[in-house]
Design a protein around this ligand. Structure first.
Ligand SMILES: *Cc1c(COP(=O)(O)O)cnc(C)c1O
Length: 345
């Protein structure tokens, strides 16, 4: 059976070009700063983000944690969305390891935090309160549907942060999806931020890794915290070599993933009982909801689909998530739609 895996873009495997680059990568000890591929990846990533420096980290989760730990001291507060990855999917690391207090605000349907909510969340200088130090935005916003936060909105939030002596971190795990969707460069979306993390291991198909970018001073501090967390890697150039191929070859093609996500959504919308109450995809994520006329709950439907070779995620009682990526071609979209039709019939 031909398996179509739409659970996440993290399931992508390294391309043949990546495997070749990895096999031939010249390496050194990166804790000594001597791995040429890691150094080149960090410079390339920083340049693409319009920042002074970059740091290769094992995961986006560690990148976000390091950013929070550089921007905040223990007991400080970080403002973030209640549907954000840092709040929901990073095992509480900022509190457990950083001693940082999360102040959550409701993510709106478009992925943003209301400006009034942010202003209301920033603490006045008073011994009763923790000290507000950081705002985190997520772009694209995963749980709101892979939606894109505009450059304009980011700039306004950045101004609020800086006017109050806070920093702005962007969890840009899929910032290149945002850039490709709006036909601009990733730089534009993160210009106004103090730091940004993006993933190499999702739509860009590299096997492992993320890059954290910011000022030189920020990255110097980040490097020490990465070491503290056990993220100082040695001949990591084997991985960085794949990351360089990802940045070179895999960014522009994200547009194909977005086209296929749109085709999946349009095809699914034609089926009885499937709705798009979260809206149609802006990037590579498709979130179909199951109406009350569908006899299965999401988890049951996901199981039935899996037994027919289509892997999807159940993200709520009556909602699925399908993510397109480099390993999903037109035939896979077709096969998915046919299988949904068959299982729902
Ligand atoms: C995937 C993801 C991350 C990081 O995930 P890792 O699996 O730790 O690399 C961070 N933020 C968002 C929004 C993500 O989707």
């Amino acid at each position: 059976m031909n398996i179509v895996d739409l659970r996440s873009d993290t399931v992508t495997k390294p391309t043949p070009e990546m495997r070749e680059a990895m096999a031939n990568a010249e390496v050194g000890d990166d804790v000594y700063g001597e791995d040429p591929n890691v150094n080149l990846l960090q410079e390339t990533a920083a340049e693409m983000m319009g920042k002074a420096a970059g740091l290769f980290v094992p995961s986006g989760t560690m990148g976000n944690l390091i950013a929070v730990m550089v921007h905040c001291q223990r007991g400080d507060e970080a403002i973030m969305g209640d549907k954000g990855h840092t709040f929901s999917f990073e095992a509480g690391g900022i509190s457990a390891l950083g001693g940082v207090f999360p102040h959550t605000l409701p993510n709106q349907a478009d992925g943003t935090l209301k400006l009034d909510d942010i202003l209301g969340a920033i603490r006045p200088d008073d011994v009763h309160h923790p000290i507000s130090k950081l705002i985190i935005l997520e772009n694209t916003q995963n749980r709101c549907g892979g939606v894109v936060l505009s450059e304009e909105y980011t700039k306004v939030v950045s101004k609020i942060a800086h006017d109050h002596d806070l920093k702005l971190h962007i969890d840009g795990a899929r910032i290149f999806n945002a850039a490709v969707a709006l036909k601009t460069s990733a730089k534009e979306f993160v210009k106004a931020s103090d730091s940004v993390t993006f993933c190499l291991s999702k739509g860009l198909s590299a096997p492992v890794g993320s890059v954290l970018c910011g000022s030189r001073e920020f990255i110097d501090k980040a490097r020490r915290i990465r070491k503290m967390l056990g993220g100082g890697m040695r001949q990591a150039g084997i991985l960085a070599a794949a990351g360089l191929v990802a940045l070179e070859n895999m960014v522009d093609r994200l547009a194909e993933d977005h086209r296929r996500a749109g085709e999946l959504a349009h095809g699914l919308a034609k089926l009885e009982g499937i709705h798009f109450e979260m809206g149609l995809p802006q990037t590579n994520m498709v979130f179909p909801s199951l109406g009350s006329d569908v006899k299965f709950k999401a988890a049951e439907l996901a199981k039935k689909l899996a037994s027919e070779g289509i892997k999807v995620s159940a993200v709520a009682d009556r909602r699925l998530r399908l993510v397109t990526h480099a390993w999903i071609d037109d035939a896979a979209v077709e096969q998915t739609l046919e299988t949904f039709k068959k299982v729902l019939a």
